[in-house]
Design a protein around this ligand. Sequence first.
Ligand code: AKG
Length: 246
Amino acid sequence: MRLTPEQLEAFRDQGFVNIGKMFTEHELETIASEYDRLVTFDAQTLGNEADGVYPYRAMLNFRSPALKKFLTHPEMLELVGQLVGPDVRFWWDQGINKAPGSGSLIRWHQDNGYHPDGCPEFLTTWLALDDSDLDNGGLQVLPGSHRKGPREHALETVHYHVPDVDGAEAIALPAGAGETLLFSTLLLHQTVGNKTSSRQRRAWVIQYGPADAKNFTTGEPYDDRPWVLKGGRPVDPPYAERRLQL
Ligand SMILES: O=C(O)CCC(=O)C(=O)O
């Protein structure tokens, strides 16, 4: 999917953009059905017991050939090429379903914060499988915060967060079912609890990074992440020089 000049400008200036529907209804049905098979209370949950837990699962693509295909979907690779460059590796994917009644927050953070050794900015795509808003656990963002660079994060249980965020300028970032949000991994964002009793909020997050990215502390390349674009051409099936150890 090719971003318009306005979408590109919004992404660079604000750090996020809603690009609407990238996948067909049939593709979205396939994604939702595989997602529902994998992202369940029985498989894994996050959040705290007091506020209510919610289903989470990392690397859905490892467990579903059908979902793996979407990592190199032509529409996806077109926009990844436009935003990340001609040489790109798939970085990470995860399913998060802020289930009805789960009040657990995912507090303010940058996705780069999950790499405490430091790494370059990369790209998060956030596919809403349901309408998402502040009632059912949707996103809040701090527009333009990506331009101020990486922030110090603290680790609490499994989540990194920035403890001293002034949220006064925060806005809601809603998405309709089937829409994809793009954001910089330096954008400060959080997701609130789900106050509803019946509206789940499923999201499939897929991330991509520049192929030559290196760990800022060790200098090691991220060559355990599979190539998806090389010289602007799709690498399908994706491959990595080393196996990723989860
Ligand atoms: O989908 C969510 O609830 C949280 C997403 C998020 O913060 C992330 O992927 O970094």
